[in-house]
Design a binder for this molecule. Structure first.
Ligand code: F6P
Length: 541
């Protein structure tokens, strides 16, 4: 495997000292180092990676690596329903949830009739709820609370906010944290007689979700005679939803081949469908399906998810940059960084390859971000002048949804482009000296002040540009990132679809609870944990 990486290490050695801006002596660089996708569902999407230190030879080496690692065969296997999640012995078929015309076979059986039937049930439920035919004890349902965590929360919470201009259904709220403050603050503002609770949990065992679901049931039962009539479940564990008391007619099931962080496309997306309506939800699916088709059929050279992934591999595994910033200049994508944190870090934060061997290159990067321009006034200082390089991924729409505020959108866009430009160009010591001289400084004072105003520049960024954040565009953007994660995982040789790293903490929490409750001794725990438990008990935990 190491040989696969050698050509890229050579490229890094040969290009590390080259300023990115020098690459623009090629007048066609912006076009040559962009991928553009235009589909009837989405309109055009542009991914510009020209402000990186990737040149023709580096791109060729990256694509050779992708080919050598078997990206195309693995991609086809995923779409065809092969059990590529080997450590859990499962197929990986979230793409089937949006490929509604197709047929996909798992273990000899076409799974699509079931997918379509569940979608139709969701649509009929959402319509009845939105039109007031499904009612709560107090009449029309005004509010919906989705209780879930991780993939059963981040996707719908992110998408409901992203598509709020399309929301014309009941108000949707999200409770995830086991911290009682979360459910308390959400329920406090709601009327139990007009609220519907969705318990979203693939396994229906996640302690946070089950605890919050019980709290919601108790809250509802204080005002409503039959509280579980106002409950819906989204889960693969139909036995457990029945045990909770939820009518099977109000349960929307899905198969184990839908991973939690890939589940927004099916029943876990019910809150989004309720918010924006079934038609817009279909558009959201169609946008993702368009990206799927592109990923499946475009040659690697012109394949947008592959380009995004190979930029990621270049920055993380070859250049060694430990983090990547996701910077949506789109306030309604405020939760996209959190969503991508789970998608990318839970998928590719692994230290062994599929065959159990230690990785020879670093695993996936730390992902973080905030919407622009807010981040500019918070952490961009480090990105511009810190000692570490943090590759930045900007997202920007051509238009907002507020025509009367188009001037604000233009200011937003100017800021986004300015940041990318500033990161690449930087400001030299000579330029900084000239600035200080213009302010009347001289001598030692000029020199000292100038050094603080130097920007090293040569900091890479990419920009994803799209006309407007419509339901179809959001679907395409999420699918783009899903496939990026997939390609990066294949290149690393890891299983992107398990998450064993979250298990140990869960086990230890189960052991620690009785100690915190004072029902078990901390004997045998490490000194720090035992002392913290003792102090918590003193504090009246
Ligand atoms: O603990 C991690 C995890 O398993 C995620 O992968 C998942 O999205 C989340 O918990 C919630 O799981 P569930 O939907 O089964 O409640």
């Amino acid at each position: 495997m190491m040989n696969d990486w050698a050509a890229l290490s050579d490229r890094l050695r040969e290009t590390a000292d080259r300023p990115i801006r020098a690459l623009f002596s090629d007048p066609n660089r912006a076009q040559n180092f962009s991928a553009i996708l235009e589909t009837p569902a989405t309109g055009p999407i542009l991914f510009d990676y020209s402000k990186t230190n990737i040149d023709e030879a580096t791109r060729a080496a990256l694509l050779d690596l992708a080919r050598a690692r078997g990206v195309e065969a693995r991609r086809d296997a995923m779409f065809q329903g092969a059990r590529i999640n080997e450590t859990e012995d499962r197929a990986v078929l979230h793409t089937a949830l949006r490929n509604l015309q197709g047929s996909v076979t798992v273990d000899g059986q076409d799974v699509m009739p079931e997918v379509r039937a569940t979608l139709a049930r969701m649509e009929s439920f959402a319509r009845d709820l939105r039109d007031g035919r499904i009612r709560a004890a107090g009449g029309r349902v005004t509010d919906v609370v989705n209780i879930g965590i991780g993939g059963s929360d981040l996707g719908p919470a992110m998408a409901v906010q992203a598509l709020s201009p399309y929301a014309d259904g009941p108000r949707c709220h999200f409770v995830s944290n086991v911290d009682g403050a979360h459910i308390h603050d959400v329920l406090e503002a709601l009327n139990p007689e007009t609220t519907l609770v969705i318990v979203a949990s693939k396994t229906f065992t996640t302690i946070e979700t089950m605890t919050n679901a019980q709290t919601a049931k108790a809250w509802m039962s204080r005002a409503v005679a039959e509280p579980t009539r106002q409950f819906v479940a989204l889960s693969t564990a139909l036995d457990k939803t029945s045990a909770f008391g939820i009518d099977p007619a109000r349960v929307f099931g899905f198969a184990d081949w839908v991973g939690g962080r890939y589940s927004i496309w099916g029943p876990i997306g019910l809150s989004l469908m309720i918010a924006i309506g079934p038609e817009d939800f279909r558009a959201f699916l169609a946008g993702a399906a368009a990206m799927d088709q592109h990923f499946l059929t475009a040659p690697l050279e012109a394949n947008m998810p592959v380009a995004l992934a190979m930029v990621g591999v270049w920055h993380r595994q070859v250049c060694g940059h430990a983090a990547r910033a996701v910077l949506p200049y789109d306030q309604r994508l405020a939760r996209l960084p959190a969503y991508l944190q789970q998608l990318e870090m839970e998928s590719n934060g692994k230290r062994v390859s599929m065959d159990g061997q230690d990785l020879e290159v670093p695993s996936g990067p730390v992902v973080f971000g905030e919407p622009g321009t807010n981040g500019q006034h918070a952490f961009y200082q480090l990105i511009h002048q810190g000692t570490d390089v943090v590759p930045c991924e900007f997202l920007l729409a051509g238009q907002g949804h507020e025509p009367a505020l188009a001037h604000q959108h233009r200011l937003l866009a100017a800021n986004c482009l300015a940041q990318a430009e500033a990161l690449m160009q930087g400001r030299t010591l000579e330029e900084a000296r000239a600035l200080m001289a213009a302010k009347g400084l001289e001598g030692e004072q000029l020199e000292r002040q100038a050094r603080h105003r130097v920007f090293p520049g040569n900091r890479p960024s990419t920009t994803l540009l799209y006309p407007k954040l419509t339901p179809a565009m959001l679907g395409a953007i999420i699918a783009l990132y899903e496939h990026r994660v997939f390609v990066e995982g294949v290149v690393l040789g890891i299983n992107s679809f398990d998450q064993w790293g979250v298990e140990l903490g869960k086990e230890l929490a189960t052991q620690l609870l009785p100690m915190i409750e004072g029902k078990a001794s901390t004997e045998g725990r490490d000194g720090s944990t035992a002392a913290l438990v003792a102090r918590l008990r003193e504090f009246g935990v």
